[in-house]
Structures are given as C-alpha cells and as structure tokens.
Design a protein around this ligand. Sequence first.
Ligand code: SF4
Length: 260
Amino acid sequence: MGSRPSRRASVPTGEAAARRFGAKLRAWYRRHARDLPWRRTRDAYRILVSELMLQQTQVSRVIDYWHAFLGRFPTLHHVAEAHEHEVLAEWSGLGYYARARNLHRLARHVVRERDGALPSTPAELRALPGIGAYTAGAVASFAFERRAALVDTNVARVLGRVFAPDLDPKRPRDLKRLWTIAEAIVPRTGKAAWVQNQALMELGALVCTARVRRCGACPVRASCRTYARTAGTAPSGRAAQRRSESLEPKRGKRSLIRGS
Ligand code: SF4
C-alpha cells in the first residue's frame, strides 16, 4: 500500500512554496490589514450579516449599514421575530434585497430548529437556507476559527494568479480546482486559518485586484507564477501605485462567483 498523499499535494508549486506563501501573506496582513469592525468580533450572527452585506457591495458602504442593522436587530432572534418588510426596510439602500430575504428566512429556520445558534462547521452551515460554499467557509473560519477554506472572487483571482494562472474561475471545473488549492493551503490551526483567509481577501481587495496587479508591493510575489511569467511587463512600483490610486473607489467590493 502506498503512503498517504500530502495534504498539500494539490498545490501545483509544492508544499514548501505553499508554506512560504502562507507565512508571507499572514505577516503582511498583520502589518497592513484594514481595521474593519467585523474583524473585531467572533459573534457568528454579526459575521454572517457582514458577509451577506459585503456580497456585491463596497466595504465603505457596508460599515454604516452593518452598525445600523445590528442596532435594530441585535440577535438572530430579533430578525426572526420581525416581519420581512421590517428587515427589508433596514436593508433599504444597500441593494440586492434577496440577501435580506434570505437572512430573514435563515433566522426563522435557525431559531425554530436550533434555538437561534448558528452551527460551526462548513457542512452544517452549508445546509442552512441561503448559505453557499463561500459564506459557510467564511462563518466557520471568521466566527468559530475552524480550519475552513473559502473562495470568493478575490480569493479565486489571487490563488489563480499565484498557483495556477491557466485556470479560469468562470469555468466550473477550474473553480473546483481553485477550491482544492484553497483547501490544501489552509494552515494547521484555526487561528492561523482565520488570519490567512482574511489576508487572502485583503490582498485581492488591495494589491492583486481585478483591475491592477501591484506586484511591486506584493508580499507573495516570490511565490507567484503570474509574476514569474510577467515580471517586467506587469504594472508595478510607482506606475501601479498611480493606477491603484485612480481605482480607489472600487476597492474592497466583494463579489461571489456563484451561489455563495
Ligand atoms: S505578485 Fe502580482 S500577480 Fe502575483 S499575487 Fe502579487 S499582485 Fe498578484
């Protein structure tokens, strides 16, 4: 019988490169991360609300809505007890109202079936109404510090550029491959996984964006296959800085690839 394959065997650049990538990324996050209010809590309901609001919406818009919504509905029980139109009224102006309807539906389900306590594993979270693979991973990691992977559009872009530039996240088979890479690089402890997942999203929002690659300021360029292929052609240094500043209003908007 052969030996068990390494849990990082799915990383195209190998285990050592994946470890270096993670260590550099987490160190960068500790120095450069934005201080966002949902990063200061481990309350699952508060984190769930932030994750739903951040879908398709810029961070700067979400902050005020998040505080106001939690002021009006401090717990999942409060959402469950409200009428849907009251939840929608508090969401008014944020757009994508299916998110608010889903939250209301989920709140009633969780209060009825689980006395209002959200579960902690990605599989249990995924089984709840309106929760996709990304949101399940995000709540498991950010609220419960589980060793959970997550892939949203930002993370898919970063992992693709670093490890597998030929993959196209819009193709289901390639997206599945990116999930496999994400799962293979999750650190061994839940605390480190929390930092690394936040860092992946932060890098995708601030440095390795859809519109510009700030490779000159990127902490993981030594591990990056796209950088190795395009060094000297990708915008970097001052040129990237100027371009990045011109794109500032677009920063931080999170979108999901599908059903998350
Ligand atoms: S080196 Fe460039 S392409 Fe690679 S992850 Fe960093 S910003 Fe993105």
